[in-house]
Ligand binder design. Structure first.
Ligand code: KIV
Length: 271
């Protein structure tokens, strides 16, 4: 029996059961094989191949430039590493908005070419038709409400969303709609904690928060942020578990010094 067949995989049903039992869901991003291997081995339930790859992997200022081909490349690298977690892939900007046929084509490409298990896309009523068409092909969809970074030029800033009544009501309506049409989960990004509690109690699907407080069904962070590989992004919601920027810089500095001083390689490190 292979190792693979002994590991019980996380499915969308597992997440639903976790919500019913009150067990919290741990989700993190990954974009490459080596990181995904560690993240999966550490017991994360859901790995998101986020379009935040545009920022942390490619160095763009926003998530808008990343392409569908690039998302598929990242996703297939992650899928090759993962034994247990559910792998969810972001549909990038321009791959689903305003054209539900194109949305389905994009989602099918992700599923077929990367081997991922589900897709995520941003928005509410305005993307309903795209979500329904993707769902009709049997592809699980995760929604994303609140701060939706693909719409940054509409919002103008990355500040907390839905503080005002009108926007909060729209968000509640969108969450209910996403739940009713069959999304298996909903990411809630940067909204007041009281509102995400209300959403989580309203919907059947598990809610996953980022900057959305504690009363959600799970949490997600960008792995480069929580490990401190990025060091200039410091929102209030981010808990850093390491300072890898300094640690890696220190280790690389030591290597440079050892090469220059001829300490590396020594006699035992050669043939
Ligand atoms: O792209 C991403 O990393 C995300 C998370 C912030 C939820 O969408």
């Amino acid at each position: 029996m292979s190792i693979h067949s002994e590991v019980k995989r996380v499915t969308t049903h597992t997440l639903q059961e976790m919500k019913i039992k009150g067990e919290k869901i741990a989700m993190l991003t990954s974009y490459d094989f080596s990181m995904a291997r560690m993240v999966d081995a550490a017991g994360v339930d859901v790995i998101l191949v986020g379009d935040s790859a545009s920022n942390v992997m490619a160095g763009h200022e926003t998530t808008l430039p990343i392409t569908l081909d690039q998302m598929i490349y990242h996703a297939s690298s992650v899928v090759r590493a993962v034994q247990r977690a559910l792998v969810v892939v972001d549909l990038p900007f321009g791959a689903y908005q305003g054209n539900s046929k194109e949305a389905l084509t994009s989602a099918i490409r992700i599923m077929k070419e990367s081997g991922a298990h589900a897709v995520k896309l941003e928005g509410g009523a305005e993307v309903r038709e795209s979500i329904e068409r993707i769902l009709s092909a049997g592809i699980p969809v995760m929604g994303h409400l609140g701060l939706t970074p693909q719409s940054i030029y509409k919002f103008g800033t990355y500040t907390v969303r839905a503080r005002e009544d009108e926007e909060a009501k729209t968000l509640l309506r969108d969450a209910k709609m996403l739940d009713e049409i069959g999304c298996f989960g909903i990411v809630l990004e940067k909204i007041p904690a009281a509102l995400s509690k209300e959403v989580s109690e309203l919907v059947y699907a598990p809610t996953i928060g980022i900057g959305a407080g504690a009363d959600v069904d799970g949490q997600v962070l960008v792995v480069h942020d929580m490990l401190g590989i990025t060091n200039e992004f410091n929102p209030r919601f981010l808990r850093r578990y390491h300072n890898l920027y300094e640690e890696i810089k220190g280790a690389v500095g030591n290597y440079v010094q050892d090469v220059r001083s001829r300490d590396f390689p020594n006699e035992k490190e050669q043939y």
